[in-house]
Write a protein that binds this ligand. Structure first.
Ligand SMILES: Cc1cc2nc3c(=O)[nH]c(=O)nc-3n(C[C@H](O)[C@H](O)[C@H](O)COP(=O)(O)O)c2cc1C
Length: 319
């Protein structure tokens, strides 16, 4: 038996209010364990919470030894390969067969689906909402502080680290690095925002890469409860693993869906922008709710830097 708990020291901050990001991570983690267990001949029987008395207690898994012949699970091979790629441009197209494979993975989790904006009107609406959300992350001092606090500038631009975002994985062009690094200071960001820096960054981090990538899809959950978000995390992981097996590069954009849920306690002057974002996300694929966009395409080369992983021994306690 295994209990999965959200780490109180690493959760609950700004964008993780009501544990939205943690619940996505819980879902991804559960699915990884289930897939890996299955490939080793174990079936997972999962009770997913949150527990009524303990909001950090996310799930309990009971493992059962399968028949002597474990069911092969091709996704297991992709678990250690899956990573974020923030580079562009990417090649395409993403064929109908690949779209079907990814969609089938999302739909294998009850209540989850993928939305593929294909008409120019649909694609423009999606791009607009992603860009607005990314821009807000640089405008709101609270979101800005949270964003930059995850970047480990101490690792430099040529090393990775086992936790947090290594600057080397951010695909910032070498001449722009000093300026980008200076933006971690709230005052520098605020000053440059007087000249439209947040909009420029929204365009550079989302608008441009999305325009120069052939694929975009949105993971849609049935509802907005915590259990829906956990299920969304499970589907997200399966889609991303399948994309990895198909040789695709993936960059997730979660800000629009997460901020649009409306739980984030940011500055009152940005509350209007936040509720407009929520309305736009609600309209995009009602009656479901779009949680995480995935930018997809074929990169010309393998990434040089990937974020590391925490040592296994740093997780968990035995009882
Ligand atoms: C739910 C979720 C949301 C994410 N949102 C973003 C995002 O909005 N923009 C981005 O560049 N990366 C995003 N990422 C990528 C993470 O920063 C990345 O997964 C993490 O640093 C680990 O690196 P890896 O994916 O290479 O293992 C997201 C990842 C997840 C799982």
């Amino acid at each position: 038996m295994l209990d999965l708990r959200i780490d109180a020291d690493r959760s609950g901050r700004v964008s993780d209010t009501r544990y939205v990001l943690s619940d996505l991570a819980v879902g991804a983690c559960l699915e990884n364990m289930r897939i890996q267990g299955q490939s080793l001949g174990y079936t997972a029987h999962m009770e997913t919470f949150p527990h009524p008395q303990d909001p950090l207690w996310a799930a309990r898994i009971h493992w059962h030894r399968d028949t002597p012949h474990p069911t092969p699970e091709p996704l297991a091979a992709a678990i250690t390969q899956r990573h974020t790629d923030r580079r562009f441009p990417w090649r395409g197209p993403i064929g109908a067969d690949i779209q079907q494979r990814l969609t089938a993975q999302a739909e294998s989790i009850a209540g989850q689906k993928l939305y593929w904006p294909t008409l120019p009107r649909e694609r423009n609406a999606a791009l607009r909402v992603i860009r607005q959300a990314e821009t807000l992350r640089f405008k709101s001092p609270m979101l800005h502080e949270e964003l930059f606090s995850t970047v480990r500038f101490s690792a430099g631009w040529r090393k990775v680290c086992e936790e947090g975002l290594a600057p080397a994985t951010l695909a910032v062009e070498p001449p722009m690095r000093p300026l980008f690094q200076s933006l971690r200071h709230a005052r520098a960001m605020q000053m440059l925002n007087l000249f439209g820096a947040a909009s420029m960054l929204g365009w550079r981090s989302a608008g441009l890469p999305l325009k120069l990538s052939p694929g975009l899809c949105l993971l849609v959950t049935a509802g907005k409860e915590r259990a829906d978000v956990v299920a969304g995390g499970r589907a997200l992981q399966r889609v991303w693993l399948e994309a990895t097996l198909a040789g695709l590069s993936v960059q997730p954009y979660a800000a629009a869906g997460v901020l649009g849920l409306g739980f984030i306690p940011i500055e009152s002057r940005y509350q209007d922008a936040l509720s407009q974002l929520g309305d736009a996300m609600d309209a995009l694929c009602a009656p479901g709710y779009g949680l995480v966009f995935l930018r997809l395409g074929y990169a010309r080369s393998a990434v040089a830097f990937r974020n590391g992983r925490r040592a296994l021994s740093s997780f968990g306690t035995k009882e």
